[in-house]
Design a protein around this ligand. Structure first.
Ligand code: WT7
Length: 683
C-alpha cells in the first residue's frame, strides 16, 4: 500500500488491489439505485480514498450506503450488479445487503487471482510435523475446488443443500468450503474436537445431506479417529446421504455404504466447474455457536456482505499488503478460521497459512519456528496460547528469526496486560503494532480494533480500541439508555447494521430477534460489557450472560448443565465460569446428587466428566466440581448463578444482594462445602 505524501493516506482504502488479466466470468459495471444519486462507476472509491481517515470513519457511519456501495463495487466481482445497498430493520432482525446483486464467492476467492497470478501460493499447509509444509497455488486450489464441487454435484448435492465439514484445517477442507460456495451449497464446519453427539446435533439441526471428513486427524503427534466419530454421529442423522472421506493418513478407513472415497472420486472429475450465480443474500454458511440458553445456534451468514466485510477487515485491521504471508493460527471450525484463514485472505489474493499443529508441538518454540520458516508477516493468535507460551520463557522465542513479522494480533478473549506486553516486546521486539481484535461469530469480522495502517494511530495495551468503519458502539445505562460521554461502562451494543453481520439463527428467526435485538430496541446486543476510556477508546470487559470462554472457545453454561443433568443421580446442577491463568476461564460445576445414592460420589463425578466429554467436547469438562445439597434460588425458582460466581471468586462473606433468595440458609451450606473443597485442593 503506498501512502500519499501530501495527505498521509492510503490510496487503496476501499478498493481491493485490482487484478488484471482476462476474466472468465462476465461482469457488468455496477449500477446503484440506493437512496442517493447513482455515481459513475468507480468514481466513489477514488473520491472516498482521498478523504482523511477520520472523515472516512464519519462518512461510514453517517452515510453507510455510500461507503459500503463503493467498497462493494470496488472490492467484489459481481455477475449482476446490486440494485439497492441495504434493506435493514433491526427490530425485526431483517438484514439484507446489496439487494438484487449476483456473484459467486469462490470466483472472488479463486478465479480472479488465477487470472492475475495463477502460480501465487494461496495456501501453506503447515502440517503437524515441522518442516513438512505443503504449498498450494491459486491455480491448484481452483482445480481442487472444481473437482470437489463436481464430486458434490454428481452425488446430488444442489444449491441450498447443507453440507457438514468435520475435519481440521487442510487444503481439502478449504476446497470443500469453496466447493460448496461454487455450487451454492451451504457449508457448516464443525470443529473436529466436538464429540459425535455434538456433531449429530448440528447435522440434525441443519438437516445436512452430506458430510465431508477424513480418516484420521493428526495433532500434536497424536492421531484422532475422526471417521469413527462421524460413523457414530450419522447413525442418528437420516438426512445424510453421503460421507466423503479423505485420506489424511495412510490408515485405510473402514468404509460403509454411505462412504465415498473423496480423493479417488475427485481424480476422475473435471477441473472446471461453472460457478453458480448466487444472490447476495443466499446462504453461504452456518456456524454453530453457544448461546446463554438452549442448544447451540446455527448462525447464518450470506454471500456478498460477509465476503466484503471479511476482506476489507482483513486488509485494513491487519495491514495486509500484496505479497504478504498471513498467519492466522485458528482452526476452520471457528469463525476466526472462516474469516481470516479462508475468506478474507483468499478474497484479497493473500498467501494464507493453515496451521494443523499446536503451539507446543514438538516444543514451545513451534509458532516462532514456523514464523521463521514461512516468513510470516501477520501473526494472529489467541491470548490463551500466548499465556501458555510465556510460561516457557523467552528463550523459545529469541531462538528464531522473527524479522518478517509486521503486525501481531490477538482474538477470542480479553488479553491481559502480561500477555500483551510479552507478545509486544518479546515476540514483536516492540517494532510491530499489536492489534487486539474484538468480534464474534455473529459479527462476521472484526468490529473493534486499533487500526495500525493509519499513520500515527495510537495503540494502548490490552484495549480493543476503536470501531471499524461502519461500526457504531453504544454503551447502555441501567435503564437501557445510551450512555454519552467518556469514562463510562455498560452492556455493549452496535447501533447500525454492517454488511458482515449475521442474518438469522438457522430455523429459529425468533430466537435471533430475541437474543440480539429485543434487549435494546434498535440495537444489536453483543452479550459483552465494555468500558469507554477517558480518550474514547473501548475496552471489552467480558460476557454479561451465561456464556463462558474456555481457552478462547465459547461455551454456554446451560449446555454443560444439560449434559450433567442427564445423569440419573443428578437432579440439578449449576455451572459458572471461574478465572484460570492459562485458559482464561474454566467451568465450575455445582451439582446436587440424589440423597439415596448407592454409588460413591467420586464415581459419579468421574461419570459426569465422561458425560460432558461425550455430549459436548473434552474442553467443556468442568475443572472443578462441588457437590452441594441445594442450589441458591429465587422465590420463583431461578438459580442465582451470580451468588455461585461470588462463592467461587472467593469474595468472602460479601455475596452481593441476596434479598431475593428463597432460603438464605443455603448460603452458609454452600460456603462450608466450598471451604472444604478448597482445603482438599490445596492438600
Ligand atoms: C466472544 C465471541 C471472534 C472470534 C473468536 C471468538 C469474546 C472475542 C475478544 C477480544 C475480549 C473477546 C467476547 C465475544 N471475545 N474477542 N478481543 N477481547 N473478548 O468468537 O466464539 O463467537 O466468541 O468472544 O466475549 O462475545 P466467538
Amino acid at each position: 500500500m503506498t501512502l500519499s505524501r501530501r495527505t498521509g493516506l492510503s490510496w487503496a482504502l476501499l478498493g481491493r488491489r485490482r487484478t488484471s488479466g482476462p476474466s472468465q466470468v462476465r461482469t457488468r459495471p455496477t449500477r446503484y439505485l440506493s437512496s442517493s444519486a447513482p455515481p459513475p462507476p468507480g468514481s466513489w472509491s477514488s473520491h472516498l480514498s482521498r478523504l482523511p481517515r477520520q472523515d472516512l470513519y464519519r462518512l461510514s457511519v453517517t452515510d453507510p450506503d455510500r461507503f459500503w456501495a463503493s467498497a462493494a463495487a470496488d472490492r467484489l466481482r459481481w455477475i449482476e450488479p446490486f440494485q439497492r445497498v441495504q434493506d435493514c430493520d433491526l427490530d425485526r432482525g431483517r438484514i439484507r445487503w446489496f439487494l438484487g446483486g449476483k456473484l459467486n464467492v469462490s470466483v472472488n476467492c479463486l478465479d480472479i487471482h488465477v487470472d492475475a497470478h495463477p502460480d501465487r501460493v494461496a495456501l501453506i499447509w503447515e502440517r503437524d510435523e515441522p518442516g513438512t509444509e505443503v504449498k498450494v497455488s491459486y491455480r491448484e486450489l481452483l482445480d481442487m475446488t472444481c473437482r470437489l464441487a463436481n464430486t458434490l454435484k454428481t452425488h446430488g448435492i444442489q444449491k441450498g443443500d447443507r453440507v457438514a465439514i468435520y475435519m481440521p484445517v487442510s487444503p481439502l477442507a478449504v476446497a470443500a468450503m469453496l466447493a460448496c460456495a461454487r455450487i451454492g451449497a451451504v457449508h457448516t464446519v464443525v470443529f473436529a474436537g466436538f464429540s459425535s453427539e455434538a456433531l449429530a446435533g448440528r447435522i440434525q439441526d441443519a438437516q445436512c445431506r452430506a458430510v465431508v471428513t477424513c480418516n484420521q486427524a493428526v495433532r500434536g503427534g497424536r492421531l484422532i479417529q475422526l471417521k469413527a466419530t462421524v460413523d457414530a454421529a450419522v447413525k442418528s442423522c437420516p438426512s445424510v446421504q453421503h460421507v466423503f472421506v479423505s485420506q489424511r493418513t495412510e490408515q485405510p478407513p473402514v468404509m460403509g455404504k454411505l462412504d465415498v472415497p473423496l480423493e479417488e472420486v475427485m481424480s476422475s472429475q473435471p477441473t472446471v466447474c461453472p460457478p453458480e450465480p448466487l444472490d447476495s443474500e443466499d446462504l453461504l454458511f452456518l456456524l454453530y455457536t453457544s448461546g446463554s440458553t438452549g442448544k447451540p445456534k446455527g448462525i447464518v451468514h450470506t454471500q456478498a456482505g460477509y465476503l466484503l466485510y471479511a476482506s476489507i477487515t482483513h486488509q485494513l485491521v491487519f495491514d495486509h499488503r500484496d505479497g504478504d504471508v498471513f498467519g492466522c493460527m485458528a482452526d476452520i471450525g471457528w469463525i476466526t478460521g472462516h474469516s481470516y484463514v479462508v475468506y478474507g485472505p483468499l478474497c484479497n489474493g493473500a498467501t494464507t497459512v493453515l496451521f494443523e499443529s499446536t503451539p507446543v508441538y514438538p516444543h514451545p518454540g513451534r509458532y516462532w519456528e514456523t514464523v521463521e520458516r514461512l516468513r510470516i508477516n501477520q501473526f494472529y493468535a489467541a491470548p490463551t496460547a500466548l499465556r501458555l507460551l510465556l510460561t516457557h520463557g523467552d528463550g523459545w522465542v529469541r531462538k528464531y528469526d522473527r524479522s518478517s513479522l509486521r503486525t501481531l494480533a490477538s482474538v477470542g478473549e480479553p488479553i491481559n496486560q502480561e500477555a500483551w506486553h510479552w507478545f509486544h516486546s518479546v515476540v514483536g521486539e516492540r517494532r510491530c503494532p499489536l492489534v487486539d481484535t474484538w468480534w464474534q461469530t455473529e459479527t462476521g469480522g472484526v468490529c473493534i480494533a486499533p487500526r495500525p495502517a493509519e499513520p500515527g494511530a495510537p495503540i494502548i495495551p490490552a484495549m480493543a480500541m476503536r470501531p471499524f468503519f461502519g461500526i457504531q458502539p453504544v454503551l447502555m445505562g441501567q435503564k437501557g439508555e445510551a450512555l454519552t460521554g467518556n469514562s463510562v461502562g455498560g452492556p455493549l451494543c452496535l447501533r447500525q447494521p454492517w454488511p458482515g453481520m449475521a442474518r438469522s439463527i438457522y430455523g429459529d428467526h425468533q430466537r435471533f430477534i430475541d437474543s440480539y435485538f429485543r434487549p435494546y430496541p434498535g440495537h444489536y446486543f453483543t452479550g459483552d460489557g465494555a468500558f469507554r476510556s477517558e480518550d474514547g477508546f473501548y475496552q471489552i470487559t467480558g460476557r454479561m450472560d451465561d456464556v463462558i470462554n474456555v481457552s478462547g472457545h465459547r461455551l454456554g453454561t446451560a449446555e454443560i448443565e444439560d449434559a450433567l443433568d442427564e445423569h440419573p443421580a443428578v437432579p440439578e446442577s449449576a455451572v459458572i465460569g471461574t478465572p484460570h491463568e492459562i485458559k482464561g476461564e474454566v467451568p465450575f460445576a455445582f451439582v446436587v446428587l440424589k440423597e439415596d445414592l448407592s454409588d460413591d460420589p467420586s464415581t459419579v463425578l468421574q461419570q459426569l466428566r465422561q458425560l460432558v466429554s461425550t455430549k459436548i467436547a473434552k474442553y467443556a469438562v468442568p475443572e472443578h466440581f462441588l457437590v452441594v445439597k441445594r442450589l441458591p434460588k429465587t422465590r420463583s425458582g431461578k438459580i442465582m448463578r451470580r451468588i455461585l460466581r461470588k462463592v467461587a471468586m472467593e469474595t468472602g462473606e460479601d455475596l452481593g444482594d441476596v434479598s431475593t433468595l428463597d432460603d438464605p440458609s443455603v448460603l452458609q451450606e454452600i460456603l462450608e462445602v466450598y471451604q472444604q473443597h478448597r482445603k482438599q485442593r490445596q492438600e
